[in-house]
Ligand binder design. Sequence first.
Ligand SMILES: [Zn+2]
Length: 256
Amino acid sequence: MQLIDSHCHLDFAQFDHDRDEVLARCRALDINHIIIPGVRSASWDMMIKICQQPDMLHYALGLHPMFMQDHSENDIARLRDYVNRYNPVAIGEIGLDFYLKDHNKNNQINLFEQQLNIASEMQLPVILHVRKAHEHTIALLKKHTINKGIVHAFSGSLEQAHQYIKQGFLLGVGGVITYPNAHRVRRLYAELPLSNLALETDAPDMPLHGMSRDQRNSPDKIADILSQLCQLRGETGEQIANATTQNVQQLLAIDS
Ligand SMILES: [Zn+2]
């Protein structure tokens, strides 16, 4: 059995004191690959450095819509340059977040479209962060002919899920399904086709059920998300592990 955490911010400071131990725990649980999405340009060098060592770590490069105040005008040129030089597995984490208070829609759309242009030029998949903006996002993916990627922590409607699937996307499922009262999302992930699912923790964020709200989430929790998904669906753990791993490896062109 092999597992992938398709979305983990292992470069964040919360892992500075024990990153190697966390990776050792992952290996012991057959979590063989971890994808680290970029959020702001200031952290790209650190991410690239972390990923140099073990072959289980892979980075995506991008400018996150929740950190608009950190992005500068040169960042798009810098992104293009870094993508050329450092071969990320995807452009991400990018997207639209209209759930945020006082968000500027136009600024977000503008930044998102510039990054979709780069993804389309380089023929790279995208890793998306989307809240309250699925219709907008799907329209922009079509406009820029982006036909591969992962919608991280997807919790939209079944219909929106199928629009993403038609567009060639995987849907990222994480710790939210471990909450017994998350009825809607649990039903959603019981129904979606296995061929379009990816497992993710979003660590250090998104603690699982039973953890305290400020407790650090960790990529080894993929094992708990897998066992919860087994209970919601008909397949065995092995089937879900193999399929989700293959889905992500194929999409991001990662060797096993
Ligand atoms: Zn993230």
